[in-house]
Write a protein that binds this ligand. Structure first.
Ligand SMILES: Nc1ncnc2c1ncn2[C@@H]1O[C@H](COP(=O)(O)OP(=O)(O)OP(=O)(O)O)[C@@H](O)[C@H]1O
Ligand SMILES: [Mg+2]
Length: 363
């Protein structure tokens, strides 16, 4: 128990909120086991009620690093308790992200046992499938603020400044307990296409590698990219955990639809046949696209006062999703093929029942 108290003091002196919380939780559990239930409860309440941001995060927010030329901020600090991220992950991705969170949360114990594992994770995959959301989720679950550096903004036309900016970002992130999140990580590799001298680009990549290698063992690094194929092999190798965040499987998509429609009247979600159709039709849509589609339908449902999302309206939204002008005949056939009756089609498309019949009778 006294070692827990020492760790809590150490955490307080180093502005390490995560350490304070971890060891306080441990202390509370021990006290409870030894019968001091009241003190254990007080400790747990203190942890839960603590709304004060860590002093380290607050200090850090005051002295964000700036680009030397433009004087613009090159990172953004997002406090660990800024949002509640809700993401649906497939079993495989969920397990890998969960393991990474465990690794970060037990890093003290691992260090004490002499096991030094680099805490770095590379998230890659199609746009809109949750890479950025996962970084926020890890921040929430580890109690570490997220220092976000979008590399597309940092890779300036002057690659010389890029190396300088990278150094500033890494120095900054290593100065406090946090997660450094390098979003749009492929921007560095993409600079290859932009008429830069190859030697110059190599120097930037080397500077990135040196910065990653120079991170202290306690640091946490997450990077995200839509273009893993553009990453330098040496960069790729630096990451201990690599997770492909792909399009959701049927079950994950079903959960995403259920989450997004919660709180609204949506009769189709209770109808397994219709739910299956909607789920199938959304196969090529990313979770981000699905979320946008349902947000639009919710807006309509709120404005018309019904707080309802009907099956037919979901079909219309899916058909119109990519915004391309499509022939009316295809629209009518699409609705008909997915179980909408002729009079409903006429109503939805503001055409006569006879026009619907004519279209459907065509071969
Ligand atoms: N797996 C998921 N479960 C639920 N919602 C998701 C999921 N993935 C994405 N979303 C929704 O899509 C939005 C955008 O996702 P996010 O920015 O995390 O994707 P990304 O993979 O980082 O995309 P990009 O490659 O374009 O940066 C999120 O705010 C969330 O609403
Ligand atoms: Mg992203």
């Amino acid at each position: 128990m006294s070692s827990d108290i020492l760790r809590i003091i150490e955490g307080g002196l180093n502005n390490d909120r995560r350490k304070i919380i971890n060891y306080s939780n441990r202390l509370a559990a021990r006290l409870e086991a030894e019968g001091d239930v009241q003190l254990a409860r007080c400790i747990k309440e203190q942890i839960q009620n603590s709304t004060v941001k860590s002093a380290a995060t607050a200090d850090a927010m005051r002295m964000l690093p700036l680009d030397s030329d433009s004087k613009l901020q090159i990172v953004e600090v997002i406090p660990e308790d800024a949002t509640r991220t809700h993401i649906v992950l497939s079993d495989g991705v969920g397990r890998q992200v969960g393991d990474f969170i465990e690794l970060v949360n037990h890093s003290e114990e691992l260090e004490q046992a002499g096991v030094n594992v680099p805490k770095s994770m590379l998230l890659y995959g199609a746009p809109g499938c949750g890479k950025t959301s996962i970084a926020h989720y890890v921040s929430e679950k580890t109690g570490l603020p997220l220092v976000v550096a979008r590399l597309d903004g940092i890779v300036s036309s002057l690659l010389g400044s890029t190396a300088k900016n990278l150094r500033k970002i890494f120095n900054y992130a290593c100065s406090m307990p946090c997660i450094l999140f390098l979003d749009e990580f492929d921007a560095i590799a993409k600079a290859r296409d932009d008429n830069h001298e190859l030697g110059e680009l190599k120097r930037v990549i080397n500077s990135l590698l040196q910065n990653i290698d120079g991170m202290p063992a306690s640091s946490v690094l997450i990077a995200a990219t839509n273009h893993p194929e553009l990453l330098d092999k040496a960069v790729w190798r630096r990451f201990m955990t690599k997770v492909e965040v792909g399009m959701p499987d049927d079950e994950s998509r079903r959960k995403i639809i259920l989450d997004l429609t919660a709180g609204f009247k949506c009769p189709f979600v209770e109808d397994s046949q219709k739910m299956k159709i909607v789920n199938n039709l959304m196969q090529k849509m990313s979770p981000s696209d699905i979320s946008t589609l349902f947000t639009k339908l919710k807006v309509k449902g709120i404005i018309n006062g019904s707080k309802t999302i009907d099956y037919e309206n979901v079909l219309v939204a899916i058909f119109e999703y990519d915004g391309k002008e499509q022939p009316q005949d295809s629209f009518v056939k699409f609705l008909n093929n997915n179980g909408v009756n002729q009079s409903n089609i006429a109503q939805l498309l503001h055409i006569s029942a006879r026009s619907v019949r004519n279209i459907l009778s065509k071969k």
